[in-house]
Design a protein around this ligand. Structure first.
Ligand code: UT7
Length: 332
């Protein structure tokens, strides 16, 4: 059986940066509150003139392709994780495929929110192990800022969520020393409405109406405190699940890359695992929470900074809307 090896990572974030003070100009909030509760200092929000979910993903993918040293046409499948596609349908996977000139290959869109990238990696890993594809491009890309309520009523979400794209290239290999060791996926639909965007939903007489637009059901709703409590528990559980599946202990992990939900969540998990700062990667301070994009962006930055090296044992973990949660253990 083939193994799945990570051969390249890349990311792209919009140029447009907003500090907490910028937000405080139009929302009743403060730099102090946002830093204290979330650890976020600034974030990137897209420029509608320049950025789309698909073109940010394309830019991230091109970097991953260059770093992997492969030809674009070697890619034989795409997995695209986003909950903020450019169109209601089709998904952004086909739009990026077109931009990369890869017309004809399969493109699968996933909408598992913050866990979407790990779900996507799991699909890619299993397609490779089954011998179906050789080189798969896995994307996490989001434009969250256009779905946010940018008034004080939305301040528990608009200070957190942000935009960006990350890419990971994985390839079939015979080398068991560098591979995705395992992935672990979970969901619990009992909590679907604790973090969601209700509309434009299809189970309505009309999908869009003036009444709907006048309301707030198309904006992000989050029961923040409730989500926070579940997140810290599920993160820890799913990390241990990955370790136990591979007969490893927390001490074996070289770098933990948690989904960048809230710096306080990452710090809580870090404390529970008794990890030093060097063993946990955080970039939420300057990029905010980019949902499905946060893990591949973090992988790319960690690789650039030399915090992931060949042979590193890297643990990815995520929690988010659904609820969904997931982990992956990778021997890089
Ligand atoms: O990535 C997907 C998963 N998402 C997460 O994991 C996010 C998890 N949740 C969180 O990160 C936190 O719950 C938040 C940062 C969203 C909110 O922090 P919190 O400590 O749970 O605040 P809260 O929602 O319980 O609100 C506490 C107070 C409220 O005021 P009152 O009712 O006590 O007077 C809020 O209105 O803080 C107020 N508040 C704010 N104040 C200033 C909420 N957001 C803000 C804000 N600025 N941005």
């Amino acid at each position: 059986m083939k193994h799945t090896q990570v051969i390249g990572v890349g990311h792209y974030v919009p140029e447009n940066e907003l500090t907490n003070d910028d937000l405080a100009k139009f929302i009743d909030t403060s730099d102090e509150w946002i830093r204290e509760r979330t650890g976020i200092e600034r974030r990137r929000w897209f420029d509608p003139e320049k950025d789309t979910v698909a073109n940010m993903a394309t830019r991230a993918a091109k970097i991953a392709i260059e770093r992997a040293g492969i030809a674009t046409k070697e890619i034989d499948f795409i997995v695209f994780a986003t909950i903020t596609p450019d169109y209601f349908f089709p998904g952004s996977g086909v739009l990026m495929q077109r931009e990369l000139g890869l017309q004809g290959i399969g493109a699968l869109d996933l909408r598992n929110a913050c866990s979407g990238f790990i779900y996507g990696l799991s699909v890619a890993d299993n397609f490779i192990k089954a011998g179906m594809y050789k080189t798969i491009l896995v994307i996490g890309a989001e434009i969250q800022s256009s779905a946010l309520d940018k008034t004080t009523a939305g301040r528990n979400t608009n200070v957190i969520f942000a935009d960006g794209a990350g890419a990971m290239l994985v390839q079939a290999s015979d080398d068991p020393g560098h591979r995705v060791l395992s992935t672990h996926l979970h969901a619990d639909g009992d909590y679907a409405e604790e973090l969601y965007v209700r509309d434009p939903g299809s189970s309505r007489k009309v999908r869009l109406s003036p009444e709907l637009i006048a309301g707030d059901s198309f904006k992000v709703h989050m029961n923040g405190n409730f989500v926070f409590k579940h997140a810290v528990a599920r993160f820890e559980e799913v990390i241990y699940e990955a370790l136990e599946a591979n007969n490893k202990t927390p001490a074996d992990i070289d770098l933990l890359i948690p989904h960048q939900a809230n710096l306080r969540i990452s710090q809580f998990v870090q404390k529970r695992l008794k990890f030093t700062d060097e063993k946990v990667f955080n970039n939420i301070m300057y990029l905010g929470n980019t949902t499905a994009a946060s893990i591949p962006i973090a992988c790319s930055e960690a690789w650039e900074q030399g915090r992931i090296k060949k042979g590193s044992l890297v643990c990815l973990a995520a929690f988010g809307s659904g609820f969904t949660w997931a982990s992956a253990l990778i021997r890089w």
